[in-house]
Structure formats: structure tokens, C-alpha cells
Write a protein that binds this ligand. Structure first.
Ligand code: TYD
Ligand code: MG
Length: 450
């Protein structure tokens, strides 16, 4: 028999370590390592196994979708949540998951779709206060603070709701397991049992999962490959925007986003993000450029701000928020070499206003324009939108969905467009009523303004 090896296992992330230490090297948790002896698995074929049964595909014509009438939510789940599907809604603590969940309860119960809400985090009193804030009472749906797995399942089998919300999966526990609620083992087991119950009884289960404070999403992350849909609620807590993003969707398009604003009466749809993201723009300032990013199939106009200040100390600082910091380094190198502008003497800060993150090549050209505008102190006309990727030789390149971006810019009243030369094939200036300028490289960009 193979000799079993003594190791140490983390009770939070289940990572293995050969030696004991105070902090888990995988997840950074303190005092979580426990002795663990791997028991060698003996593989033996069972003789009398029944053969697998084969089934035919079930082709139902119109699968039922539950529409919440919260426009931005329905957009992310491709028009409504699918009957019997399993959804994971994750995000940082305090970002608004429970608020969204309660708003869904309100919306569904309004349209006579039965909902059960299990909350392990807040007492019915606290939920009541929140519901009052959101402007409703919970007549239409059922709430429970029972988080013991078997009781939840028995409750669901009895009530047979169309939708069950579990807030959060980290607070559900199965007494049969000897680990604490929120541990990997508990999350895995409880989620599997709940999914099983959902599929058997055709109940759509929305599981809420926290990303833990150390940025570790191992808990909920573990569930991503088994659930049907994964939604992330994200945003800067300092800002009031929240973005609901679908990163996996078995029943529709992924990478769709919904944009909300957190107000005193809950999350409100933002149908026209351009109005909000650009509302506080200071007109006539250098270092400010409007760019158009894509989020899923949705064009978003955003303001990029750059500030170049003389560096006081040895190594100049580079700070990027909302864009990829390494891309910023690369663009600065391109500016230095191809435009002969010395960037080494400046601290450079680049920011996308409103807390959005857009890591896509279409940001290259507007970022370069914003930086040059700040260094040379010239203004970019306020009705201008700049779109395009930049290569290492300073040449401009076209980006995906350029027609759609141009359409959005014109729709929002920005009729002065600067686009890569190669976009000429797709965007015909004569068909659009804006003033479109096609540029071949970043020298042309600079000449446009000075
Ligand atoms: P919450 O939904 O409890 O977050 P999560 O479940 O993701 O941990 O959100 C709490 C935050 O939202 C809290 O900071 C207060 C704020 N909030 C509002 O601004 N308006 C509201 O109407 C509600 C209910 C919450
Ligand atoms: Mg919560």
C-alpha cells in the first residue's frame, strides 16, 4: 500500500502545503492550516454497474422567462431569467446585492411570480427597514432566516416557488459537515444540493456570493462552472454607479452589462449612460477627451482625463485608473519615440471619470490625445470623440464595432469625430452628418489640434 503523506490543508481555500505555517500561502488567511493526511484512492471497477441511459433532447419551443421589468437587469439576463435556472450573483460586500435581490422580489411578486427569499445576513426587522426604504411591503413574497440546508430544501419543496433567492451562499450550512459555514466544503456541498433541488422542482435559484475582503473569490468562484449564469455586481463604492455584468450565461449573450445608480431608494436603471457619465464635465479644459468604449454590445461614451505634472523626484510616477497600467506605459513609450515629446520629466495620471474600467484598444488614441493635451496645454474641442487603437510604430488601427461607436457619438451630439484611417472602409463620412476626420498615425492626431 502506498504510504500516505502528511500535509497541511487550509480550512478556507483547501490549498495544500507541505509544512505548517501561520499564513496560508494560497489565500493569505491566518491560522487556517490544519494537518491533513491524503488517503490514497483505490480504483476498482464495480462489476454490476448499470449502463448509462441515453435520452433524447427535449426541444421545447418557448422556454419560459421571468421578466422583472427592471430594464437593466432583464437586459443582462437576455430578456428575463430562465425558468429553473441557477444563477450566481456575486460582488463585494456592501455593493448592493441584497438591495438588488429585494428589488427583484418586489418586481416578481408584483407580476404574480412566487418568490422565497432566504436571508442569513439580516434579520426580518432589518429587511423590513430596507424594504420600507425601497418603498414596499413584503406581502407578495415569503422571507425566511433559516439557513440550514435541509430546512431550506424542505421549505422549497413545500412552497414550490418559481424563484428562490439565497442571501448568501456563505451563510447556508449543512449540519452533516464538520466545517464552518462559508468554508469551501460547505459552499460546495450546499450549492450542489440547492441546485439539485432547483432542477428537480423547476425552481430558479439565485445564489448570492460575497467576494471576501482579501479580494479572494475562491468561494463563489468555485461555483462558476456549475451554475447556468454568473452575474457580477461591481462598481466603486465611492461612486454611485453600479454595473451588473454577465460573465457566463447558458441561455443568452454574455458580457452584457446593466448600469444602475445607487440612490436612497435603491438601484435605479440608467438607460442613457452618456448623460450621466459626462454630466459633470468641465468644458474647455486641457487633458480631457471623450472616448467611446464598448461594454458587451453597448457603446459607452466616457471622459478620459490626463494630468501631466512636473516630476519632483527621481522616477516619475505613472498612475492609471480605469485603463490598463501596462498599456499606459506602452503608450507613453510610443509618445516619447514617435512624437518626440519627452515624458520622462512628468508624473502622469490618467483616469476614466465615473469609476468605469475599459481595458480595450479603442482607448489608445484618446488616452494619447489626453496626455498630449495636458503636456502641451491645448484644448480638444468639446464636441470631439476620439476612437482608435495605436500600434508600436504610432500607426492607428481600427477597432471592433466602429460603426456602432460612431452612431452613439453622433446620437449624443458629438459631431466631430477622429477615427483611424482604416475605418474609412466601414464609416462613410458622407453617410453621417458629422465632421469625420480619418488619421493615419499619431503625428496626424497632434497636427489636428496644434
Ligand atoms: P447591500 O445591498 O446591503 O449590499 P450587499 O448585499 O452587496 O452586501 O447594500 C448596502 C449599501 O447600499 C449600503 O451602503 C447602503 C446602500 N443603499 C442605498 O444607498 N440605497 C438604498 O436604497 C439601499 C437599500 C441601500
Ligand atoms: Mg447583503
Amino acid at each position: 500500500m502506498a504510504k500516505s503523506k502528511q500535509q497541511f490543508k487550509c480550512s478556507v481555500c483547501e490549498g495544500l502545503t507541505p509544512k505548517w505555517q501561520g499564513q496560508c500561502p494560497h489565500c493569505g488567511e491566518w491560522n487556517s492550516l490544519e494537518p491533513f493526511t491524503e488517503i490514497p484512492i483505490v480504483r476498482r471497477r464495480t462489476e454490476a454497474a448499470a449502463p448509462a441511459t441515453f435520452k433524447t433532447l427535449i426541444m421545447s419551443d418557448q422556454p419560459r422567462r421571468f421578466v422583472s421589468a427592471i430594464g437593466e437587469f432583464d437586459r443582462v439576463v437576455s430578456g428575463g431569467i430562465m425558468e429553473g435556472s441557477i444563477i450566481l450573483l456575486s460582488g463585494d460586500p456592501g455593493i448592493g446585492k441584497s438591495t438588488l435581490a429585494l428589488q427583484l422580489c418586489k418586481a416578481f411578486s408584483k407580476s404574480q411570480i412566487s418568490v422565497c427569499y432566504f436571508s442569513g445576513e439580516e434579520s426580518p426587522g432589518q429587511l423590513g427597514l430596507r424594504a420600507k426604504r425601497l418603498g414596499f411591503n413584503h406581502d407578495g413574497f415569503k422571507i425566511s432566516s433559516d439557513m440550514e440546508l435541509n430546512r431550506i430544501i424542505a421549505g422549497l419543496e413545500l412552497e414550490k416557488p418559481k424563484i428562490a433567492i439565497i442571501d448568501s451562499i456563505q451563510t447556508v450550512y449543512s449540519p452533516g459537515l464538520d466545517s464552518l459555514p462559508g468554508s469551501m466544503q460547505q459552499i460546495r456541498e450546499c450549492a450542489a444540493e440547492l441546485m439539485d433541488c432547483g432542477k428537480k422542482n423547476n425552481i430558479c435559484i439565485i445564489m448570492i456570493g460575497h467576494i471576501t475582503k482579501s479580494g479572494m473569490i475562491a468561494g463563489p468562484k468555485l461555483l462558476e462552472h456549475i451554475v447556468d449564469t454568473v452575474l457580477y455586481l461591481e462598481g466603486d463604492k465611492q461612486h454611485y454607479f453600479r454595473i451588473l455584468r454577465s460573465v457566463k450565461n447558458r441561455f443568452g449573450a454574455t458580457h452584457e452589462i446593466g448600469i444602475f445608480e445607487m440612490k436612497e431608494n435603491g438601484l435605479q436603471d440608467i438607460e442613457n449612460p452618456g448623460d450621466v457619465f459626462l454630466s459633470e464635465r468641465k468644458k474647455g479644459a486641457s487633458g480631457s477627451v471623450i472616448a467611446c468604449g464598448m461594454e458587451g454590445s453597448r457603446p459607452l461614451l466616457v471622459e478620459i482625463q490626463a494630468l501631466a505634472a512636473r516630476a519632483a523626484y527621481g522616477t516619475p510616477q505613472r498612475h492609471a485608473s480605469g485603463i490598463d497600467p501596462r498599456r499606459l506605459q506602452l503608450l507613453l513609450a510610443v509618445i516619447e519615440r514617435k512624437l518626440n515629446i519627452s515624458v520622462a520629466q512628468y508624473d502622469i495620471f490618467v483616469n476614466i471619470v465615473g469609476g468605469l474600467t475599459l481595458k480595450e484598444p479603442a482607448m489608445d488614441l484618446p488616452v494619447i490625445a489626453a496626455i498630449c493635451s495636458s503636456i502641451r496645454d491645448f484644448m480638444i474641442p468639446e464636441n470631439t470623440v476620439i476612437i482608435g487603437e495605436v500600434g508600436l510604430t504610432g500607426e492607428t488601427r481600427s477597432v471592433m464595432r466602429i460603426e456602432q461607436r460612431v452612431g452613439e457619438a453622433l446620437r449624443m451630439g458629438f459631431n466631430n469625430l477622429i477615427l483611424p484611417a482604416s475605418a474609412r472602409k466601414k464609416v462613410h463620412a458622407e453617410n453621417n452628418n458629422g465632421n469625420i476626420r480619418f488619421i493615419g498615425d499619431i503625428n496626424d492626431l497632434l497636427q489636428t489640434f496644434i
